[in-house]
Write a protein that binds this ligand. Structure first.
Ligand code: TXA
Ligand code: MG
Length: 346
């Protein structure tokens, strides 16, 4: 049975209780689902190889896909890494706590199972209040992948975590829905250069403001399938992600072009994943935010993908987001859900 630790906005002491229980379980090497500002995470003591192994089992995750280590204080970072590149320091000053993960050379303290056998470790300092309190109270760096079964969309609500993970973890801290809705930006640092491995709410332009535009690049696999001659800098790139049961196709074009196309595809089992501004043309649809607001799309996307599965959608036509700013993260996740099927309408 899963222990549910409820946070109740009307009873502030419920947070303290939940935090204390969660921290106690983590110290004993147990698995606890915690809220973060991006998506919910499945946490364990990052330095306890046995506990971390159980994360991989609970998720059904390939063992070579490394985990992100979560900290709440800059002092926690030194023991985890061999060096902190200067640009990492500058980016931490500007964007931590927040949805930015930085890959750095790992120290021997971090078990190989946590880093998927790599000699680097990914570190992030979340901004979510409850997450921070749990890290502080436990006094541990916490390894935490998204709290979904491997291959399904990351969970942005406690309910979805329970759906995927009941019986697989010791406890779940039930807090509000995740605010950002897509996982953190992951970057690798090579000397002065910063390579974006996974886009998120901290955008390439945000990073450029700190390290200079000439030092920022975006890995090609973010908007294209990883080709056999491309190096998978981040093992997560190799794996099929967010695979809904329906066949998803992304349609790129104006509101009118989208409507014209789907109007000609009124088949059984077709669902539309569209924007609030798009018209209702009599086909079943779900909205994922506003066409004008990438953050609203990020907030809603994963939940919408799960709902489409529950509705029994066979074919989904998704109106493409603008792949800029936070929209790059939305497009990147949707591309994977669509197995890179995109139709240009114009
Ligand atoms: O927002 C987030 O990052 C969430 C919350 C819970 O913090 N966590 C998350 O973890 O998304 P996960 O395990 O689902 O994704 C971690 C990604 C994977 O794509 C993995 O390959 C990459 O980070 N990664 C981890 N360590 C790495 C390393 N040493 N080098 C390159 N990529 C790494
Ligand atoms: Mg994940």
């Amino acid at each position: 049975m899963i222990e549910t630790l409820h946070l109740n906005a009307l009873a502030p002491e419920s947070r303290e209780e939940a935090v204390n229980t969660a921290a106690g379980l983590l110290k004993e090497g147990k698995l606890v689902i915690i809220p973060t500002e991006t998506v919910y995470g499945l946490a364990a003591n990052a330095l306890d190889a046995e506990a971390v192994k159980r994360i991989f089992v609970a998720k059904g995750r390939p063992q070579d896909n490394p985990l992100i280590v979560h900290i709440s204080d800059m002092e926690q970072i030194a023991p985890l890494v061999r060096e902190i590149p200067e640009n990492a320091r500058l980016l931490a000053e500007r964007y931590w706590p927040g949805p930015l993960t930085m890959v750095m050379p790992k120290s021997d303290l971090v078990p190989d199972v946590t880093s998927g056998g790599l000699d680097t470790v990914a570190v992030r300092m979340p901004s979510h209040k409850t997450a921070r309190l749990i890290i502080e109270k436990s006094g541990l760096p916490l390894a935490a992948p998204s709290a979904n079964l491997s291959g399904s969309p990351s969970p942005t609500t406690a309910f979805r975590c329970a759906q995927d993970m009941d019986g697989r973890v010791e406890a779940i801290v039930m807090d509000e829905d995740s605010q950002v809705g897509v996982e953190s930006t992951v970057v690798a640092l090579h000397g002065q250069d910063v390579l974006v491995l996974r886009p998120g709410a901290v955008t390439p332009a945000d990073i450029a403001r700190v390290v200079g535009e000439e030092h920022v690049s975006v890995h090609p696999s973010i908007t294209a399938p990883l080709s056999s001659d491309m190096k998978a800098e981040s093992p997560g790139m190799k794996y099929k992600h967010y695979a809904p049961k329906a066949e998803v196709t992304i349609l790129r074009g104006s509101r009118q072009a989208f409507l014209d196309y789907v109007g000609q595809h009124r088949e059984q089992g077709v669902y539309l994943l569209q924007f609030e501004e798009d018209d209702d043309i009599g086909l079943p649809y779900l909205c994922y935010g506003s066409a004008e607001d990438s953050s609203s799309q990020a907030h809603r996307l994963f939940e919408a993908l799960r709902e489409l599965d529950e509705l029994g959608a066979k074919t989904v036509y998704a109106h493409a987001p603008a792949a800029e700013g936070v929209g790059l993260a939305v497009y990147n996740r949707l591309l994977r859900a669509a197995a890179f099927r995109v139709i240009d309408l114009e």
